[in-house]
Design a protein. Structure first.
Ligand code: IPM
Ligand code: MG
Length: 385
């Protein structure tokens, strides 16, 4: 193909992308406020097992949640709905990041607890379909990825507000090879998309007595999109005069998280998608690794809670799925409880998790048969509730 024809073909693809993104902007503009769970006659909690070790650990988190919400389930205030089929095999068979029937069931719920899902990449035995995670965030418009990291003995208490639907992820599967020599990806920032994540971060800071919100970008180099993100955060900060606002570039911020003298100054951090992805893995490492962190994906209508770790297919192929650590997904379950209005139950679950993983530690999970299995560990947690 001549360069001219290649450019014409690329322009047509780019045009289609812009049309879709502007439609998305309209949808954001038309959105109402966050859903009020207390006002719902029944809160539907969807439990999606995912792949690999997902169903095993999510099943244990479900047992713990059912135990905590026994009365609410009996009275009809809460209903658990198990959703299967978000497996790599089924996604490949249907050639969809989320099969249509699974998506319908998910959208019928109000909140979701989701196990890990396999993200195909080039060279895998699977076709390179879009990540189920990324697709769910987009489909349910879960724009705020909230990831708390706490290490009290080191004075670390960070809450990351990662923008979850834009940046490099918005079109992560829509880049293309213009010619054999030229590959192009896109990154996106919208005014309303940035305003809503900035507001979420500042509202959280205000509601939780935090004194500082820090924006993290690379606006000195990625001038247009990161520049927009930064200037909107600065503009929103004016509505919160009691909260200090500052900004850092992602490279030096990555370094500062290791700087023991400076890192305890950070409280709430707001950042575009890809930087948030990377920085939250680094941050979770101080707390004991990504396996210890839970993550909330919040939108106005839906919310989804998950562990940040992967689906560990090797544990399954080696027959060790039942020894997988359920703590991270149980922690995600605690975040879910707090989000839908059961703060007291969430607090007792966090306490029980602390006793079982950091305090008494009568049972230990090793990932192998020399440690406790996930069902025994869930029993241990329930015993402490
Ligand atoms: C995360 C994960 C996902 C992401 C992957 C699985 C697509 O790393 O939740 O941080 O990049 O967002
Ligand atoms: Mg990640």
């Amino acid at each position: 193909m001549s360069d001219t024809l290649a450019i014409e073909a690329a322009k047509a693809k780019f045009e289609a992308i812009l049309v879709k993104q502007l439609e998305r902007v309209r949808r954001i503009e038309e959105q109402g406020d966050f859903i009020d769970y207390a006002a719902l006659p029944e809160i539907k909690i969807g439990v999606v097992g995912g792949d690999g070790i997902g169903p095993a650990i999510t099943g244990q988190a479900l047992r713990v949640l059912q135990f905590l919400l026994k009365e609410e389930t009996a009275s009809g205030k809460v209903k658990f709905i198990e959703i299967t089929g978000l497996t790599i095999e089924n996604r490949v068979a249907q050639n969809a990041p989320i099969p249509a029937d699974v998506l319908t069931q998910i959208k019928n719920c109000d909140v979701i607890l989701k196990g890990p899902t396999t993200t195909p990449r080039k060279g895998d035995p699977w076709p390179n379909i879009e990540s189920a995670n990324v697709a769910m965030r987009k489909e349910l418009d879960l724009f705020a990825n909230v990831r708390p990291v706490r290490v009290p003995e080191k004075g670390i208490d960070w809450t990351f507000f990662r923008e979850n639907t834009e940046g490099a992820y918005a079109l992560g599967s829509d880049g293309f090879n213009v010619t054999d020599d030229l590959a192009v990806d896109f990154t996106v920032a919208t005014t309303e998309g940035t305003r809503r994540i900035a507001r979420a971060a500042f509202d959280f800071a205000r509601a939780n007595g935090k004194k500082r919100v820090t924006a993290v970008t690379k606006a000195n180099v990625v001038k247009t999109t990161d520049g927009k993100f930064l200037s909107i955060c600065a503009e929103i900060s004016k509505d919160y005069p009691e909260i200090a606002f500052d900004d850092w570039y992602i490279d030096i911020m990555t370094a500062k998280l290791v700087d023991e003298k400076r890192r305890t100054d950070f409280e709430v951090l707001v950042l575009p998608n890809l930087y948030g992805d990377i920085l939250t893995d680094e941050a979770a490492e101080f707390q004991g690794g990504v396996g210890t962190a839970g993550s909330a994906n919040l939108g106005k209508r839906y919310a989804m809670f998950e562990a940040i770790h992967g689906s560990a297919p090797r544990m399954v192929s080696e027959g060790r799925a039942r020894y997988a650590d359920p703590c991270s997904i149980i922690r995600a379950g605690a975040m879910l409880l707090a989000h839908i209005g059961f703060g007291g139950k969430a607090a007792s679950l966090y306490k029980a998790l602390d006793i079982c993983t950091a305090g008494e530690r009568r049972l230990k999970i090793t990932g192998r048969s020399d440690g406790a299995d996930s069902a025994a560990f869930a029993d241990y947690i329930m015993e402490k509730l």
